[in-house]
Design a protein around this ligand. Structure first.
Ligand SMILES: *Cc1c(COP(=O)(O)O)cnc(C)c1O
Length: 400
């Protein structure tokens, strides 16, 4: 029995089974590599699902978190800290948020969405328009906005008033937004749906329709934000100004932290003292991590690098001209390699055996969301291995 198997047996008899049986027990990481407990090394092309923006063990993040841990990890929101204030200012700056904008800190993406739902309720309207394929989290409020039936149906009835429109369909959006709409909530790129890009025109239309209807435009940047698509936030490539954005995943570089950024004084004034809260949200440890991540993305030029590395990957995969590859979707370092057959899970498993972690986000799509510090050479090692991994896939009738 390997150490992996031994620990996974203990996992299965102690950890609630909602994630199924994980394939590996990971012990540590360094840069873009992680190691399992049997000593095998993997190139981490998923980055903890777009979380490990700086990879593993980045000295700037390690030292910021270590220093903060020695000073104060937690103080509650009965008080504030220099780190919390600085991170709020920094987030407003990178979001290009206008005067009068504000930040609410949470501990996760779903909690940032919950805050956005409460913000929307404060418009006095109960309608929320979200998109088919949307993923906004698993808490019951966020789940009402998430579209996938398998996630929702065991928990109905969910929060009422939410409607889902086909993502990217301009006419459907036009028809759905009206006087009852408190907010339209959209991901600029739908990560969990398989890295589907809504495009700039769609976000601009959403802005027009919500402004005309007096509804909020909330953009869920939990997966696309913090440099993932080559700019601080994906909405910045569409030239729209939303009313609010939700941020999490990459922000803490692995330390749990989420945020709702409200744009301008009017929207920021919707939630007032006593109307929302969190015990842990924006604690000094999380805030120090967020500051280190943002500072490092800036000082290492990782926005431009994410854009360049993403293009490099897409071109290199296309240049393989492999019959099982139909294309590469996405922006920056949020990508999906699309396949002509539903073999993504099989390819991901053989990639793992070959030392690469990729995510079969759909039966016919492999998602890559590597640390923003991934090098072109590291990406090339995966592209070089890909044809062999694809060639080794077997049609179901050929396996025995
Ligand atoms: C991951 C994700 C969430 C939920 O974040 P959690 O931290 O898992 O609660 C919400 N929206 C989007 C777009 C995400 O990718």
């Amino acid at each position: 029995m390997t150490h992996n198997d031994e620990l996974l047996a203990r996992y299965e008899s102690s950890v609630l089974g909602v994630f199924g049986r994980p394939p590996l027990v990971l012990s540590h990481g360094d840069g873009c590599y992680v190691w399992d407990v049997d000593g095998h090394r993997y190139l981490d092309l998923v980055g903890g699902i777009a979380v490990n923006a700086l990879g593993h063990g980045h000295p700037a993040l390690v030292s910021a978190v270590s220093k903060q841990a020695g000073e104060a990890i937690h103080i509650s929101n009965l008080f504030t800290s220099p780190a919390q204030i600085a991170l709020a200012e920094r987030l407003l700056g990178i979001a290009g948020a206008p005067e009068g904008s504000r930040v609410f800190f949470a501990n996760s993406g779903a909690e940032a969405i919950e805050a956005a739902i409460k913000l929307s309720r404060r418009t006095g309207r109960t309608g929320i328009v979200a998109a088919e394929g949307a993923f906004h989290g698993r808490t019951t409020g966020a789940l009402a906005l998430t579209h996938k039936a398998a996630y929702r149906e065991p928990f109905t009835p969910l929060l009422p008033g939410v409607s889902h429109v086909p993502y990217g369909d301009e006419e459907a959006l036009r028809a759905a937004v009206g006087p009852e709409t408190g907010a339209v909530v959209l991901e600029p790129v739908q990560g969990e749906a398989g890295v589907l890009d809504g495009g700039a025109a769609y976000l601009r239309l959403a802005r027009e329709l919500t402004s005309a209807a007096g509804a909020l435009l909330v953009l869920d940047e939990i997966q696309t934000g913090i440099g993932r698509t080559g700019t601080w936030f994906a909405f910045q490539q569409a030239g729209v100004v939303p009313d609010a954005i939700t941020v999490a995943k990459g922000l803490g570089g692995g330390v749990p932290v989420g945020a709702l950024v409200t744009f301008g004084p009017e929207v920021s004034g919707l939630l007032t003292a006593g109307q929302h809260g969190s015990t842990f949200g924006g604690n000094p440890l999380a805030a120090a991590a967020g500051l280190a991540v943002i500072d490092t993305i800036e000082s290492e030029g990782l926005l431009a690098h994410a854009a360049l590395a993403g293009e490099h990957l897409a071109e290199a995969v296309a240049a393989l001209h492999h019959p099982l590859v139909s294309g590469v979707r996405g922006r920056g370092l949020l990508r999906a390699i699309t396949l002509t057959a539903p073999v993504a899970a099989q390819v991901a498993a053989s990639a793992r055996d070959a030392g690469f972690i990729v995510n079969p986000v759909a039966p016919d799509a492999l998602r890559l969301a590597p640390p923003l510090v991934v090098t072109l050479e590291q990406l090339d090692t995966f592209v070089a291995a890909l044809p062999g991994l694809l060639d080794a896939t077997t049609a179901p009738e050929e396996t025995s």
